[in-house]
Design a protein around this ligand. Sequence first.
Ligand code: C5P
Length: 217
Amino acid sequence: MNVAVTAGPTREAIDPVRFLSNRSSGRMGFAIAEAAAQRGHSVRLIAGPVTLETPKSVDRIDVESAEEMYCAVAATVPWAQVMVLAAAVADFRPAAYSPLKSSKDSTSLTLRLKPTPDILASLRHPLGFTGFLAGFAAETHDLVEHARTKLRTKNCDLIVANEVGTTGAGFDSLDNEVLLFFRCGRILPLPLAPKTSIAASLWRAIEEEIGHSPSRP
Ligand code: C5P
């Protein structure tokens, strides 16, 4: 299958030297891309700024901002049969970009922000993606409720939910612990394991789900 994966944070520039971003190492998304390639899928990895090596046999597109990631994902829609959006996209960007570095003379600074495009929520409409769509939900609380809401409002087939702030899992860690929420109502827990193992289990679950759904490619 043709698989697209987003990974890493995005950077929203304030001026030439400063930006807003999210905490994300990109490890989970890169592991998902690597596991997909190992399972014989054609993989396009759309990556925000991270310091990770490109997995073997993966076609990588580097982007910086949420807007750039949106454009790269939109261009991939006609090709992809499965999309896994694991990137920690910044939700807001500065309303105005200053081409000159702003001075730090003032005692306070007010930054006006505006929302970035929600890539996951745009995929069905207006982007017209009809394949299998998986998103992530990283939550500090009410994980189940938030995951179910995202599954519905962002029109996904699967939400991969993980609690952030749990010791030993998520963010910069090599390990993760997630719950898979499928559109049909099935919930599959993937207990604490290296991100590489979580990624392989995720693909087994996705392939099984697609196999069970005759309307899917
Ligand atoms: O709503 P929330 O940001 O928690 O949703 C997380 C999911 O949405 C992740 O899959 C993330 O990659 C995706 N997302 C996105 N574009 C945004 C914000 C989040 O694709 N601007």
